[in-house]
Write a protein that binds this ligand. Structure first.
Ligand code: 5GP
Ligand code: ZN
Length: 116
């Protein structure tokens, strides 16, 4: 589902509210509505890409920008020293619930491993 049916497209276009922490021409980052840690930010390409598996080889630059944005936000949120986790759920068995690619940035508490 893309365009007006996709909540992350709508947040990117300003049609739905979100607590933004970063916006540029290609990416937006906003706080998760149901945070799983003191800091829980979603980093999202403005372009509708369904999942990590929806990226193709021509998206090398976008993929790099997403990861570098995660790093920058981790620093600006004060997570770099203690550490943080980056999660991308891709597809049903991983528990992906929003079909628009997003990187979860989690930090601000000690996280356990393995995930469920
Ligand atoms: P997924 O399960 O697909 O990896 O992650 C989707 C995430 O999006 C969940 O952590 C969920 O809390 C978050 N989410 C779902 N709808 C909204 C929304 O409307 N606004 C915000 N800020 N986060 C949302
Ligand atoms: Zn979308």
């Amino acid at each position: 589902m893309s365009g007006s049916g996709c909540i992350f497209c709508r947040i990117s276009e300003g049609e739905l509210p979100a607590e933004m922490v970063h916006e540029d021409a290609e990416l937006v980052a906003f706080r998760d509505l149901n945070p799983q840690a003191p800091v829980h930010v979603l980093v999202v390409p403005r372009r509708h890409v369904s999942s990590l598996d929806g990226l193709d080889d021509a998206d090398e630059s976008l993929a790099g920008r997403l990861l570098l944005a995660v790093r920058s936000i981790a620093r600006s949120e004060g997570l770099a020293d203690d550490g943080f986790r980056v999660v991308v759920n891709s597809g049903e068995w991983a528990g992906q619930t929003v079909d628009h690619l997003h990187f979860h940035l989690l930090g601000g508490r000690r996280l356990t491993w393995p995930p469920g």
